[in-house]
Design a protein around this ligand. Structure first.
Ligand code: IMP
Length: 503
């Protein structure tokens, strides 16, 4: 890695953000790790335990969901913060702190916003029962129900767990509001769902009322409060002071723009705003206070976990149905790994997808699910760039090293029934170059591709942009022009050294 170029990129900046331009899982973690050496403070502003990142402690891998990956730099005095829009599940944070303690990692500088909305057993239970019907394919971490309550003004907050009477009073009121829904829930199903480690193994189940208020009050205001009290801060005050003290701040995004509640593909989305706007707000900052956004963009393919439209998916609905079966990494490897050379050259896009998944290791960190994948969709990227800004960091470019051909989706062919969309009347057969984020329209958008020759060489050891194959530079030039953005960084492998700067 060219350290000079890295310093040049960060020169004069005090607050930078890492945000995904796609459906998550684009390799934000590597950038957070890279930038942790620069940052004094690392803030996670949005999302919850639906995210997952791998942390290596003493050579052993752990999947963490809430505590930022920067926690391993705690010993160097780096401060890690869980921000004010994080769906805060105290059980998860305590479990992750225990893993760190068991591995002799001391945590002295973790901070938690007192204002974060509080995850209750109710939210996780409803998410798990509800998704059986809705089939969004959520991560089952309570995210949708929690943010719904937040918006409906029913939410409890982190600060409440330190005030037992207030907590109890709010919780009683909370369940009064839920009475009608509670009456429709099958007790047997609820019991089964609640009997899970994520829900303290049934500790909150009540034979009569389904959820036991006393058990929740005791756990949250007892053990949870005792363990977390020393980390609580007023985040707004904290960041104001940090900026005055000239500290470097790194904002760590979660999920991705195409999953955002505000800008993502409707219904098949998460419930927080995963864009730079949501991240800044969740970090106690104004968007204008962010000096630079690393728009993380997997290239030249992309992935999606769970259901929802994905126009450029390799093999279309065949891939969606295949991935929905929950096939594991090992099962896929056993079946296909020996045929990988053949798959890479296949005329069948579904087979190309299997090869890309195997080579890119595209299996969910939180759920272990096979990730759906497809060619890079520039129509969707243009949409994300308008929201997050025009600085792109491309990741996993080396995954396609051996492929003969690269395709970029530049337009969609609309194949659905006539429909009005934002002042336009869409008719079947129309070619469009904008991103209709409403799923009922996007499901009827077929990809139109521009084809490029592959570079068919190993790029994982290349250090400078000028040394990259011309075939890659041609694709980069085209995408920059097409989406109106500039590529500043290209990642050519998982190691931090495998990072090329194009500035
Ligand atoms: P939820 O956030 O658990 O409600 O899930 C809603 C949708 O967002 C589902 O399709 C999930 O698969 C997807 N999702 C949530 N978190 C992530 C993530 O960290 N990476 C990729 N997809 C995610």
């Amino acid at each position: 890695m060219d350290k000079k170029a890295f310093n040049k990129l960060l020169s004069g900046k005090k607050c930078v953000a890492v945000v995904c331009n796609q459906w998550g899982d684009t390799g934000k973690g590597k950038f957070v790790d890279l930038l942790s050496s620069w940052a004094d403070i690392i803030i996670r502003g949005t999302g919850g335990a639906n995210a997952g990142h791998t942390i290596v402690v003493n050579g052993q891998e752990f999947i963490f969901h809430l505590i930022p990956s920067g926690i391993l730099h705690d010993t160097d005095g780096k401060v890690n913060v869980l921000g004010r829009s994080v769906a805060f599940d105290p059980r998860v944070v305590i479990e992750e702190l225990d893993v760190l303690a068991d591995n002799n990692v001391k945590v002295n500088n973790l901070k938690i916003s007192h204002q974060a909305p509080l995850m209750l057993p109710w939210h996780i239970m409803i998410d798990r029962i509800g998704d059986k019907k809705q089939k969004i394919g959520t991560t089952g971490r309570g995210i949708g129900p929690l943010y719904s309550d937040f918006t409906a003004r029913h939410s409890l907050f982190v600060n409440d767990i330190f005030n037992r009477d207030v907590f109890r009073e709010k919780l009683v009121k909370f369940f009064e509001d839920k009475k009608r829904i509670l009456s429709t829930i099958d007790k047997g199903v609820a019991k089964e769902v609640l009997n899970h480690p994520h829900l303290c193994n049934g500790a909150f189940f009540d034979e009569k009322d389904i959820l036991n208020i006393d058990a929740i009050v005791d756990k949250y205001t007892g053990e949870f409060a005792d363990r977390l009290k020393s980390y609580i801060i007023d985040l707004r005050e904290y960041v104001d002071q940090a900026l005055q003290d000239n500290k470097n701040i790194l904002l760590e995004g979660a999920q991705g723009t195409l999953l955002s509640i505000d800008y993502g593909t409707t219904k098949y989305q998460t419930s927080s705003d995963c864009t730079i706007a949501g991240l800044a707000k969740g970090s106690g900052l104004k968007e204008q206070q962010v000096d630079y956004v690393f728009g993380i963009t997997k290239a030249f393919y992309m992935t999606r976990v769970g259901n929802g439209p994905f126009p450029a998916e390799f093999g279309g609905s065949q891939s969606e149905e295949y991935c929905a079966k929950g096939i594991t990494k090992d099962e896929e490897k056993d079946k296909y790994a020996s045929q990988i050379d053949k798959l890479m050259e296949s005329d069948d896009d579904f087979e190309i997808g299997v090869a890309v998944r195997l080579l890119g290791g595209e299996y969910g960190a939180t759920t272990g699910r096979t990730r759906r994948n497809g060619w890079l969709d520039l129509v969707a990227l243009k949409h994300a760039v308008k929201i997050n800004g025009h600085n792109l960091s491309l990741t996993k470019v080396d995954v396609l090293d051996k492929f003969k051909q690269i395709k970029l989706c530049t337009h969609y062919k609309y194949t659905g029934p006539d429909i009005f969309y934002a002042g336009k009347n869409l008719k079947t057969g129309d070619t469009i170059d904008f991103f209709p984020r409403f799923s009922e329209i996007l499901y009827h958008c077929q990809p139109i591709y521009k084809e490029f020759p592959g570079w068919q060489q190993d790029i994982t050891k290349i250090e400078n942009y000028k040394d990259l194959p011309k075939a890659i530079k041609d694709v980069v030039d085209f995408m920059e022009e097409y989406v109106g953005a500039q590529v500043d960084v290209i990642s050519v492998g998982p190691d931090r050294e495998q990072t090329i700067f194009k500035i």
